[in-house]
Write a protein that binds this ligand. Structure first.
Ligand code: NHW
Ligand code: EN5
Length: 388
């Protein structure tokens, strides 16, 4: 069934529920001298390229490849359209390796035809913090599909991760592979219901008119929680403490330090937004919420070409009820002109999703670990990790 994945150190469907297998690495690391020194062979019309994401020109090539060939929904109505600024942010976190930004070019035209990336991350699984690669942006040009290029690209990124003495990875996909650690549901909260209906992202409910629908999703003009404000550089230590403490309760989560929080959570225009609640009395930071910007191209609509979507990222409540905090997040997202606010049923999201008029989408997201076995599949609420 899975000619490639059967050969890889991942949980195999046949081992499902085998309690004799221990948690942890599936294969031991090999000495670095035994890691293959040369790149894997590509079919002869193609060559490897390392993409310099500091180069405006390369960044544009990657942007265009993804804009035209990356992930679509199951009815091919929408395609992710990560911005250049977003890609620069997502691919250059603290300690990133340029060698993990891997492209494939056609030798003849030098056109970029495929891409895969890794970034380093410390991921905690129960009580162990494991150095991992987060793999993302695997993309093969539509005209080169089903030629088994993806397995070569995955082997090549694996080799380059091994060269940095890292032996585990995490990734997400909309497709089922051997074997998910958990499967999450996408939920969607309409902010601009008329546009969402016009472009086929959502439908008018039964016995609903457009004007009743617009009224249903109306939000106040400004957030209601006193002390709610944008996160600033000076908040990094307090947000790091709040977030580390919150994430420690999940089975799998990133192990963020202050450098990571500055990179991943300090607001960056058009990329990531973060808000917190500062107690008007003690000036303590008690609550935090964040979302990232990921528009989708609308394929074949006369009136609109872009769907502006916000994706829930990391949220922590210690004082403000999470429901109220996320309602304020919806309000600021609406003020920033997002059409829809998306979220997964990870962490403590499920209760607010139902209360705040999110509805389940038609997409799921499966989470994976490479070369790390965990005993039983997790519930989404046991997962404290959001990938981009
Ligand atoms: S998920 C988004 C992936 N990208 C897209 O969906 C974009 C649109 N699609 C495409 O570009 C986020 C192509 O369809 C792709 C496959 C490139 C997906 N993950 O070349 P072939 C990520 O980026 C397997 C993993 O003929 P293709 C996460 C498939 O099961 N494997 O197919 C990436 C089959 O293997 P099997 C996937 O359609 C994580 C083989 O590829 C996959 O022309 C990567 C077929 O290859 C997917 N999303 O190209 C793994 N989709 O065994 C990282 C298909 O079943 C692992 N396949 O025969 C860790 C590495 C680091 C380790 C470090 C220690
Ligand atoms: C790696 N970082 O399918 C990511 N999106 O539900 C790669 N559906 O937007 C993996 N089909 O349900 C990504 N509207 C996997 C996801 C790929 C993209 C995807 C889904 C997630 C999605 C929308 C549009 C469906 C269009 C037709 C959807 C319904 C919204 C409705 C709003 C009102 C309340 C009920 C729900």
């Amino acid at each position: 069934r899975h000619k490639f994945w059967e050969t890889q150190p991942v949980g195999q469907f046949k081992d499902f529920g085998d309690t004799s297998l221990p948690e942890g690495p599936i294969e031991a690391p090999t000495p670095l001298s035994e890691v293959k020194q040369e790149p894997y062979n590509l079919p002869s019309p193609y060559e490897w390229t390392t993409c310099d994401m500091n180069s405006e020109e390369t960044c544009t090539e990657v942007y265009n490849l993804l804009k035209n060939n990356y992930v679509e929904d199951d009815e091919n109505m929408f395609r992710f359209n990560y911005s250049k600024e977003f890609l620069g942010w997502a691919l250059r976190p603290p300690g990133y390796y340029k060698s993990w930004h891997i492209g494939v070019r056609a030798k003849a035209s030098k056109k970029l035809v495929a891409f895969i990336t890794g970034i380093p991350a410390r991921i905690r699984v129960r009580n162990e913090v494991v150095k991992m690669a987060e793999i993302n942006f695997l993309c093969v040009h539509k005209k080169l599909r089903s030629k088994r290029l993806a397995p070569v690209m995955i082997k090549e990124v694996t080799r380059r991760v091994h060269l940095e003495n890292i032996w585990q990875a995490t990734y997400t996909a909309g497709v089922v592979l051997p074997t998910p650690i958990t499967t999450c549901q996408y939920w969607h909260r309409s902010l601009n219901p008329k546009k969402l209906i016009d472009v086929g992202f959502s439908r008018l409910g039964p016995r609903m008119t457009m004007s009743r629908t617009i009224k249903l999703y109306k939000l106040p003009d400004s957030p209601g929680t006193s002390g709610f404000r944008k996160m600033e550089l000076r908040d990094v230590p307090a947000v790091t403490r709040l977030l580390r403490n919150y994430l420690s309760q999940f089975v799998v989560s990133p192990d963020f330090d202050e450098n990571d929080v500055e990179h991943w959570l300090l607001p960056t225009e058009g990329v990531v937004d973060s808000y917190l609640v500062e107690s008007p009395v003690t000036h303590d930071v008690t609550d935090f919420c964040s979302f990232y910007t990921l528009p989708s191209s609308i394929l074949g609509n006369q009136n609109y070409s872009i769907l502006k979507a916000a994706y829930s990222y990391y949220n922590v409540s210690t004082k403000t009820p999470l429901l109220q905090l996320m309602n304020d997040a919806l309000i600021v997202a609406k003020q920033k002109d997002f059409d829809v606010f998306n979220a997964l049923d990870v962490m403590h999201n499920e209760p607010f999703l139902k209360e705040l008029k999110f509805g389940p989408g038609d997409g799921q997201l499966h989470y994976y670990l490479y070369n790390y076995r965990i005993q039983n599949a997790l519930r989404p609420s046991e997962l404290g990790l959001v990938l981009l």
